[in-house]
Every structure is written in C-alpha cells, then in structure tokens.
Design a protein around this ligand. Structure first.
Ligand code: SAH
Length: 225
C-alpha cells in the first residue's frame, strides 16, 4: 500500500497535463503510421516516457525518435516499440522475456499490457537505471537480470513471448529453445540495418519465420560489461 501511495504521489509531481497533451499527439502520430492495437496506444498514452530519458532530452520525449540513454545506448523510437509490441501480440498474464532492458520503457509498455516481464541487460549501469525508472512510475518487472541475453534466462524458461530490442547478427539458439510451443518471438536481425523477424513456434515445436520491414538498432553484443 505504501508503495502505491508513493508512486501515485510521484506521478502527480513529475507528470503534467502538458506531458499528457504531448503523449496524445504522439499517439495520433503512431495511428497515422499504422499502429492499430488499442491497448498499445493506450499504454503509450499513459506511460510518462520523459521519466525514462535524461533531463536534457525531456522536452523531446514525445517526438517519435530514438534518444541516447546512458552507456552509449538508446531508448527505441516509440513507433518501433509499438510495432514490435504489436507483432508480439501480447495477452494478459503471458510470460514475456525482453532482451535489452535499456531504459525500461519497453518493459513498462509490456507491464501495462498485463504481461509478466522478465528482462535482461548486459550493461550494469542500465540494469540499475531501468529498475529506478520503473520504480518512479510504480511498475515492477517479475525479474530483471544482469547478463548476456544471447543465453536467454534458462532458469525462468519457457516463455510465451520473447522480444529482442538490440540488433542480433543471427537468431540465438537459446532463445528459440526457451520459447513455448505456440510462442512468438520478435527479433531484429542484421548488421547495419535489421530485418524485423517474427518467429512462430507451432505446437509441435516447428518454426515459421516472417519478415516485417527494416529497422536500426544498437548491436546485440556478447557477454556483460
Ligand atoms: N528496450 C530498451 C531499448 C534498448 S537499446 C528501451 O526500452 O529503452 C538495446 C539494449 O540492449 C541496450 O541497453 C544494450 O546495452 C542491450 N544489449 C546489447 N546486447 C545485449 C545482450 N547480449 N544481452 C542483453 N542486453 C544487451
């Protein structure tokens, strides 16, 4: 109860009608760009993205752009977050693994949709910052791991859904293994530009792959640092 009170308080101190207005504008922009899922649009209308960015970028928080966060990484563009989340087709209560916690914003969108979120980040600094960012808005992931996302999270597997938010050179075998039958994974694969792949595992464990456009992500690197 105490936590709930604290987070409600924080919200009113750091969020404002001006921010809400900017979020509504962003939602309209995303609709025009083709995002249709109402729950995802609602998540973006509610989550204060400016609290996930350095204060230097605060006034740009509701532009549809990626921005630098700490450790030379970026918070994904809102369109990309919405697009990946839409492809992932998240249902309430599903266990979702995210690779590349970054600022924690994508995790917040998944939590808003009712997912149980497990997330992994290889940079210590970001692993810590993301927990703080989520705490600011009274949200919590089920489990935040500091480690190498190429390995997934074998202790918590299998997952209904897996979302990778860094550019992978190939689809990591461990992630395919940790996907439930009838599960889905969304992963950008490639070097300079990445193809967004939707990987679907059928009930017999067979994999089907489809392509969903080109994007640019920071690289998925090996090991933690
Ligand atoms: N989902 C984030 C955006 C992340 S940017 C958000 O909403 O803000 C990609 C992130 O992936 C970076 O934070 C980067 O450090 C992380 N990353 C890169 N390689 C990784 C790996 N092997 N395992 C886990 N995280 C990784």
């Amino acid at each position: 109860m105490k936590n709930v009170y604290f987070s409600a308080n924080y919200f009113t101190m750091n969020d404002s009608p001006r921010h809400q207005g900017l979020r509504n504008r962003l939602v309209n922009e995303l609709k025009q760009k083709g995002i249709q899922n109402r729950d995802i649009l609602e998540a973006i209308a509610h989550i204060p993205r400016h609290l996930f960015l350095d204060s230097a970028f605060e006034r740009h928080a509701y532009e549809d752009k990626a921005f630098p966060i700490s450790a030379e990484q970026t918070i994904s563009q809102p369109y990309t977050v919405a697009f990946q989340t839409e492809l992932l087709d998240v249902q309430k209560g599903e266990k979702v693994l995210e690779i590349g916690t970054g600022s924690g914003y994508q995790a917040a969108v998944l939590i808003f949709l009712g997912a149980q979120v497990y997330t992994v980040e290889r940079k210590k600094e970001l692993f810590l910052i993301a927990q703080k960012n989520l705490q600011k808005i009274g949200m919590k992931v089920k489990y935040a791991g500091y480690g190498d996302g190429y390995k997934g999270l074998p202790l918590y597997a299998p997952f209904d859904k897996i979302i990778v938010t860094a550019a992978a050179p190939h689809i990591p075998d461990a992630l395919i293994e940790q996907l439930k039958p009838e599960g889905k994974m969304v992963i950008p694969v490639g070097q300079n530009e990445q193809t967004m792949l939707l990987i679907e595992k059928n009930k017999d464990g067979q994999i089907n792959q489809s392509r969903h456009g080109l994007f640019r992500f920071v690289p998925m690197l090996r090991n933690k640092d």
